[in-house]
Design a protein around this ligand. Structure first.
Ligand code: URA
Length: 219
């Protein structure tokens, strides 16, 4: 029988112990999947280590890849505005991504975002799990389909599940580190608002409404 294919994974790069700083340092050297080859750097999460709410995006964009910080480009500015409007204190959250390297194609000099494949999301998942295990948040906001799939699996659909608190799935890696599971809440990605054209105001209002629900789920 042929050997089972070896799927890429970051698991071997993720330290079992240490704080978020140790994770960040280790993540900088991650070679767990091929995305590190073209990206400028790993973009680890940022925020307060005492965050009760974690927001998970898809992957760093062009600006984030260059600066090494998540959500500092156009989508990040919109997210900050939406958090403010929803009454969520942006200083009290942690912001990260399901995939920690920028995936892109090139068109001339431009780098165009490319959606990570399922196997890349799975490969990077140990970093997200490790971050969450250190943070132990009460609420995890999943911004868009990739973040939703990273937590709930490839069949997750934001359109079917957004805006209402969801039970956290059974994730054995988290069970020991965490006595109380967080609530998950899915919503659209801020980039989807930026791309919504004529429907932008409505899309933005929906994002704000969902973030308000997330804020309300904090105890
Ligand atoms: N989009 C994301 O999902 N994450 C970022 O950090 C920036 C844009």
């Amino acid at each position: 029988m042929p050997a089972a294919p070896e799927w890429p994974t970051a698991a071997a790069f993720v330290p079992a112990t240490g704080d978020l700083g140790a994770l960040r340092d280790a993540a900088a050297g991650c070679r767990g999947c091929p995305l590190f080859e073209n990206a400028t750097q790993t973009v680890f999460g940022r925020g307060t280590p005492h965050a009760r709410m974690v927001l998970v995006g898809e992957q760093p964009g062009d600006v984030e890849d260059q600066k090494g910080v998540p959500f500092v480009g156009p989508a990040g500015h919109l997210l900050v505005q939406a958090l403010d409007e929803a009454g969520v204190d942006r200083g009290s959250v942690w912001v990260t991504n399901a995939v920690k390297h920028f995936k892109f194609t090139t068109r001339g000099k431009r780098r165009i975002h490319a959606t990570p494949d399922t196997f890349e999301v799975a490969a990077c998942r140990p970093w997200l799990v490790a971050e969450l295990a250190r943070l132990r948040p009460e609420v995890v906001v999943l911004l868009g389909a990739t973040a939703g799939k990273a937590v709930f699996g490839p069949s997750f659909r934001v359109t079917q599940s957004r805006g209402a608190p969801l039970d956290w799935p059974d994730v054995p890696e988290l069970a020991t580190a965490w006595e109380r599971r967080p609530v998950a809440l899915a919503t659209i990605h801020p980039s989807a608002v930026l791309r919504a054209g004529d429907a932008r105001a409505e899309a933005y209002a929906g994002l704000v409404a969902d973030l308000r629900v997330a804020g309300g789920a904090l105890s």
